[in-house]
Design a protein. Sequence first.
Length: 328
Amino acid sequence: MALFAIVIALLLEQVRPLAPGNPAAAGLLRWVRTVGRNVDAGGLHHGWLAWTLAVGVPTLATIGVHGLLIWLGGWPLALLWAVLVLYLTLGFRQFSHHFTGIRDALEAGDEERASELLARWQQVDASALPRSEIVRHAIEYSVLAAHRHVFGVLVWFCLLAMMGLGPAGAVFYRNADFVRRYWDHKARATDHPASPALCQTAEQAWRVIDWLPVRMTALGFAIVGSFEDAIDVWRNHAARFADANDGVLLAATAGAMGVRLGGAALKPLTPETAGPATAATGAAPAAEGLPGEPPRSAHFTQVIGLVWRMVALWLLLLVLMTLAHVLG
């Protein structure tokens, strides 16, 4: 069932992308905002309580609906529920238009337009960036977005689905990412700022939750790319990034593609202009660039190929697991 749900959700998302500000996203935003305002009192235990409510309640609700549908109608209703949840949490079209716009602008020679699109996407100051740096940041942000919107979701979806919990893993992973970004944004706001304890809690939880998925994505990129180079850069250079999880993924990507990633991070814009859904969440800075060729526009095609080969690898693994389950 998991294989069919994933394939159907990906196809639906390609045909009809989820609109920004959709009712599900708006409802989640209201819920997280309410929890933060009513529970966040500045203490570390308040932070953990707020995080548990913000992430745990939607996850438990997803499990409850799954169990109810299994009881009412069996697997057909549960499949429809899984498709709906994955449609809301999984997909390339939630970020790929940003990548495509930047690529098209650079291919047309309009570097100013490309830097504007990059700044609008991540709410960062991208003015005065040279062409190679625009390409580098676009690649880094796109790889991280592909992991957080697709491959990380798949890992947690499959883990909890194998435990009989339906699509709860997808909700758990995406909500954990959202509350981290939202409370980090609110910490810089002047109106009801989030406490440092709340932000620390969300960040610590996210590091643990993303530890396994990010390494599975990195390993997948190594398999579908240049394996030896990816593993070498991963082992020897991932620690140079400020964020350990991001460092693993970007180092493996750099080795798999043979492109030089890493370097100075872009400064976020003011909280008044950066919304919680688009606040800067890109690559953590590294001391210096990793080994590889300087980023060029041609590397955009390599990124696309790497990501889609990874999708094919995931589907192949799911097909094999499904066959093993059926034949077993």
